[in-house]
Design a protein around this ligand. Structure first.
Ligand code: APR
Length: 280
């Protein structure tokens, strides 16, 4: 936590999406920061129609707990069930569109003089489809499948047209070793994060002049430790989330608003690009 600021709930009633205007302390930090690190979680994709992990899932999957499906044990016990769930999510993300919040981050990153580094826990590709470069997918990607035996990358399977209704879809064999099956390239509970991704994320947080956390409950480590790491190094931490999270005590400033409203308003309020910032 920055020494000069205790956690300040934004003006107005926290939890009230209320006034879309960026709170002044947050806008001041965003305007002055050249090195900005943005950490996003499932809430960043919520307004694109992609369910978060701790909000109720929809349809067929409403009676499953995602954390029961995202484990190596589940894959070993019932690969058809886990494979069907991930293929449902692949189909869901392919139908989804990035929202204005995704686009705002891409616009901010393109501002002259700004070094914006984007770290996400999300396995979708909505940031990329909005034009962002993602420094680190801490929990892997729905679109980076690999063999569960030889570990070699394989093309993501095409979900069947009825992926949303089928509770089991047998995984397809690996075309390289023939002994393994194609599994989603995501990090399951109990699996290590990609080393490079996490190291890059740590560096991005420590080198930042502002860390902006958007749409994560802050419950799953080690990703959840990144904001505190920044705060303990004196980097201002700002949280954007419509609901209270485990990160509230770490954030210097909190904006209780949805990403799709807050981020466009914040980037809009950064103001016109100064001629001095334009590349010569
Ligand atoms: N804008 C911003 N935040 C939102 C929005 C929104 N429109 N809607 C919901 N949120 C917030 C919720 O209030 C919550 O704090 O997004 C957060 C989602 O929390 P989780 O569902 O726990 O998702 P996340 O924090 O990303 O989960 C971390 O857990 O299950 C594993 O690997 C999975 O990457 C995931 C990790």
């Amino acid at each position: 936590m920055s020494p000069d600021a205790g956690p300040t709930a934004v003006p107005g009633d926290p939890g009230d999406p209320g006034d879309p205007a960026p709170p002044e302390p947050i806008l001041t930090l965003a305007r002055s920061a050249r090195r900005v690190t943005v950490l996003t979680g499932a809430g960043m994709s919520a307004e694109s129609g992609v369910a978060t992990f701790r909000d109720p899932l929809t349809g067929l999957w409403a009676r499953f707990d995602p954390t029961d499906l995202a484990t190596p044990q589940a894959w070993r016990a019932d690969p058809g069930l886990v494979n069907a769930w991930y293929l449902w999510r692949v189909a869901l993300v392919r139908r989804a569109q990035p929202h204005a919040g995704h686009q705002a981050l891409a616009v901010w990153a393109a501002r002259p003089g700004v070094d914006l580094r984007l770290v996400t826990q999300n396995v979708d590709d909505l940031h990329e489809r909005a034009g962002s470069v993602v420094l680190a997918h801490l929990h892997g990607s729905l679109f980076a499948w690999r063999c569960d035996h030889c570990e070699r990358p394989v093309p993501p399977p095409d979900p069947p047209t009825d992926a949303g209704e089928r509770q089991r879809i047998d995984p397809t064999p690996c075309e390289h070793c023939r002994d393994g099956r194609r599994r989603p390239g995501v990090v399951w509970f109990g699996e290590p994060l990609p080393r490079t991704a996490f190291d890059d994320a740590v560096r991005a947080c420590l080198e930042a002049e502002l860390v902006l956390v958007v749409g994560t409950s802050g419950l799953v480590h080690p990703a959840a430790s990144l904001p505190r790491l920044a705060a303990e190094s004196g980097v201002p931490v700002v949280e954007i989330d419509p609901h209270p999270t485990a990160l509230a005590a770490t954030a210097d400033h909190i904006w209780r608003a949805p990403a799709g409203t807050a981020l466009p308003a914040l980037v809009e309020a950064l103001g016109p690009i100064e001629s001095a910032d334009l590349p010569r």
